[in-house]
Design a protein around this ligand. Structure first.
Ligand code: GZL
Length: 341
């Protein structure tokens, strides 16, 4: 009896002690966390990012590079929006960033036109705008601070120069060459630039017959659908120029289902853009003849730009990311293992 009573006194005593401890330390703990979170949020640079979509492997890598750059550890608070390939969603997201009075707006414009009004609103709100990946076509260049991305015209020219060299190597530079082109999102900088760059080189070759160009939206599904149409209409295609790897994957499927072959020893040469890892594996095995790299790792460049702006430094109007051209000759297993996308 006595033992049971003393035992229960002890249990109650321990319980009371624990309750008091929790009330004291617990409140301190939450206050600390509360204060800590509040302080860092106040001190962090708030960046609103409107990403145009998630249509391709390239886009996924581009998004990851931004999210890996603008972290709490780096002193940033990232507000990220995926516009699912719709300009109206990007316009809504940018206006939301303006109403939230973010410190910077970064966006990858799905197409080049239709941005003047919203960029004027951002300028009036005193919020610097940085373009990522693609560009905007605006009269007033002061509407954005800088653009971090690729030289798409140069990418298109690289594809044309590779084809020139390959035809010389195959002793076919005087023969008719029948070409079809899968283009990306109509009116996007990447589509406009790559088309213009390749066309500049093609114009120098009267024997290059561009049978048809058709938009396949940078997706593999549309790439396959459009390529099937090309194969139905043109029995003698020699070259496919596909403006991103996702469309290329679909196009290769369509060619193979038609009973024809692709690549280094195939019926149809494949020229692609982006150089994501999955496509480089197909360059290494000879399925894709050449892949013109478009580097999605722009987060580190964007971070550097904002660091410079924060330090009051002047930034350039355009920053080009580094890019290469891949063929079976330079895609090594080591490169594939090291590749981050
Ligand atoms: C290129 C980028 C393009 C990629 C596609 O900078 O805009 O959009 O080539 C992506 O994969 O969809």
């Amino acid at each position: 009896m006595f033992r049971k009573r003393s035992y229960s006194v002890i249990v109650v005593g321990i319980f009371l002690a624990m309750t008091l401890a929790l009330l004291f330390f617990g409140s301190r703990l939450f206050t600390d966390i509360g204060e800590e979170a509040h302080i860092t949020q106040e001190n962090r640079i708030v960046v609103g990012v409107s990403q145009l979509g998630s249509e391709s492997g390239w886009r996924t890598a581009n998004t990851e590079s931004v999210q890996n750059a603008f972290t709490q550890q780096h002193g940033y608070f990232l507000i990220f929006n995926n516009a699912r390939q719709k300009q109206e969603n990007q316009l809504k997201a940018i206006r939301s960033f303006i109403s939230q009075r973010v410190d910077y707006i970064i966006f990858s414009p799905v197409v080049e036109t239709g941005w003047e009004t919203v960029l004027q609103e951002a300028k009036q709100a005193g919020i610097p705008v940085i373009l990522m990946d693609r560009n905007v076509d605006v009269e007033d260049q002061s509407l954005y601070v800088t653009c971090v991305g690729s030289n798409f015209v140069e990418e298109g020219e690289k594809a044309g120069h590779w084809l020139e060299g390959e035809l010389v190597r195959q002793r076919k530079s005087a023969q008719p060459v029948n070409i079809v082109i899968l283009t990306g999102t109509e009116g996007s900088s990447s589509q406009i630039g790559r088309s213009a760059g390749f066309a500049t080189v093609a114009a120098r070759h009267a024997n290059w017959n561009i049978l048809e160009e058709k938009c396949a939206e940078f997706t593999s599904t549309k790439g396959k659908e459009v390529m099937k149409g090309f194969l139905r209409r043109y029995p003698n295609i020699d070259v496919v120029v596909s403006q991103n790897d996702d469309m290329t994957f679909g196009a290769i499927e369509a060619v193979r289902e038609s009973g024809r072959t692709v690549g280094v020893d195939g019926d149809i040469m494949i020229l692609s853009f982006d150089a994501v890892r999955g496509a480089l594996n197909m360059v290494a095995d000879g399925t894709i003849n050449v892949d013109i790299e478009c580097n999605p790792n722009q987060g580190e460049y964007l971070l550097k730009v904002i660091d410079m702006l924060e330090a009051g430094e002047t930034v350039e109007k355009k920053y080009y990311v580094e890019e290469d051209v891949f063929t079976i000759e330079n895609v090594t297993q080591e490169l594939l293992q090291e590749r981050t996308y």
